[in-house]
Write a protein that binds this ligand. Structure first.
Ligand code: GLN
Length: 490
């Protein structure tokens, strides 16, 4: 495959600016790579003609000196972002044939800045899952394999297609979303960088809703700098989303490479969970040592309500999902199954259109919101959520950012956890807290385990302080020197 797909986003943009190659050439190389990698199942819809049209238009803009910040860069789009005239399914049967009449704000921003769309990427159905196995279109296979093994591994979820596509050089970067960890855990499982920004930084408009008070869009990229470049374009105030923050978007790339000397980095003792593999503890210790060396002060902190985060998340998220997904009734969007009367049409449509995990969430959500249980579950979970946010507020009086592992394990085998929802939910133990508190969190690859699989470290920042997160991530990226790639077998 052409060397053009091996470039980072920054490298490709520099090459385009230097006229080393055209966007059409760069895009063509990616289209070929995507076609050759169908076995990974990362893309569920390829849009090569549209990509080449966009690339040709980009080359024309560049020739006229009108290139935008991402001009000519081919990207993948998680199939949760509505794309005008291009099928958007949320990887569900109920939206199998849904073609939006509008474009999400985040993707519009990317096209405004000149990016090229290669196609739509696989995900867990309605972004519910941690392994991409709940997708109606089948799971994605992680490009990474353990040493001396052919076993198919999960790329994580829900943004499994985005992470696998970036890791396998099937795009220069991808959009993703994170409700409880869906950008960061897949990034950790695939040796890529992913950031969930502060809640409200990126518009949710045109993104298929899962749990609206937790959902945030963000990029998955090959490097910290690439993630900053993508977030620059994706972020920004949007009057069409009432929770979008009316704040300026700084140039996040300016923070990458900035000195972290004197920063206070918190290490939360409650994140040393039982049963965490020694290799992950070691990676975390390495991260601490790298940051110390770079001049940071390491502070042990306490986030005492951490153990209640997962239970609270698995009440709040399904509650909101049950309400959001009520709109799929066979009347306005997507699938309609026939029935003798209206109630039967609803029942038949939802029974056949939703997958098992989605049904489980709707049932849990409806239960915790129902009269008599609302106070005991939903209201209680909201109170826990408040306590978790306060834990972080207290931490910010002592530290500037927090360092944790991203996930409690490396990528696991496809099918390994799919029969045990609780085991699957435990994947999010280190990531859900930031969604509950609305904080930015970034995962970057920092090492390999004994089986040669990538492991991620997470940096959590203060609200709207993605800048510091990027600086700390840049320092770790430099110290870790992580350059490993999955051996190409697909
Ligand atoms: N794995 C979590 C869940 O299943 C988070 C998913 C996400 O962030 N979209 O809910």
């Amino acid at each position: 495959m052409s060397a053009l797909t091996k470039l980072t986003l920054k490298g490709a943009l520099d090459g385009l600016a230097a006229k080393d190659f055209t966007s059409v050439e760069l895009t063509r190389a990616h289209i070929d790579a995507v076609e050759a990698a169908r076995g990974l199942n990362a893309y569920i819809l390829e849009t090569p003609e549209q990509a080449l049209d966009m690339a040709a238009a980009s080359d024309e803009r560049r020739a006229k000196g009108e290139a935008g910040p991402l001009d000519g860069a081919p990207l993948g789009v998680k199939d949760l972002f509505c794309t005008k005239g291009v099928r958007t399914t949320a990887c569900s049967k109920i939206l199998e044939n849904f073609v939006p009449a509008y474009e999400s704000t985040v993707t519009s921003n990317l096209w405004r800045d000149g990016a090229v769309m290669l196609g739509k990427l696989n995900l867990d159905q309605f972004a519910m899952g941690s392994s991409n196995e709940t997708s109606y279109f089948g799971p994605v296979t992680n490009p990474w394999r353990a040493k001396d093994s052919n076993k198919a591994l999960t790329p994580g979820g829900s943004s499994g297609g985005s992470a696998a596509a970036v890791a396998a050089d099937l795009c220069l970067g991808a959009t993703a979303t994170d409700t409880g960890g869906s950008i960061r855990q897949p990034a950790a499982f695939t040796g890529t960088v992913g950031i969930k920004p502060t809640y409200g930084r990126c518009s949710r408009w045109g993104v298929v809703a899962f749990a609206s008070s937790l959902d945030q869009a963000g990029p998955i990229a090959k490097t910290v700098e690439d993630a900053a470049l993508l977030l620059n374009s994706m972020a920004g105030h949007d009057p069409k989303d009432s929770t979008s923050l009316d704040v300026a978007t700084p140039d996040f790339t300016q923070f990458v490479g900035k000195s972290v000397k004197g920063l206070r980095i918190g290490v939360p003792k409650e994140y040393r969970v039982d049963g965490m593999p020694a290799e992950i503890q070691k990676l975390w210790d390495d991260g601490v040592a790298w940051l110390k060396e770079a001049g940071c002060e390491i502070v042990e902190i306490s986030l005492p309500h951490t153990k209640y985060a997962l239970p609270a998340y698995y009440i709040v998220a399904p509650a909101e999902a049950s309400s959001n997904l009520a709109r799929y009734d066979g009347m306005r969007y997507g699938l309609r199954e026939e029935g003798a009367n209206l109630a039967e049409i609803y029942e038949n449509t939802r029974a056949s259109g939703f997958g098992d995990e989605v049904k489980r969430r709707i049932l849990i959500g409806t239960y915790v919101l129902s009269a008599g249980y609302y106070d005991a579950y939903y209201l209680k979970a909201l109170k826990v959520r408040r306590r978790i946010a306060e834990d972080f507020d207290n931490a910010w009086t002592k530290v500037d950012a927090i360092l944790t592992p991203t996930a409690p394990s490396a990528a696991f085998g496809l099918g390994e956890n799919s029969s045990d929802p609780i085991a699957m939910y435990l994947n999010d133990v280190f990531t859900v807290t930031t969604n509950l508190a609305g904080l930015p969190g970034l995962s970057l690859p920092a090492g390999l385990d004994a089986n040669g699989l990538p492991l991620g470290l997470q940096i959590i920042g203060k609200p709207l302080d993605e800048g510091t997160v990027f600086s700390v991530a840049g320092a770790i990226e430099k110290a870790a020197g992580f350059t490993a790639k999955a051996d190409k077998w697909w």
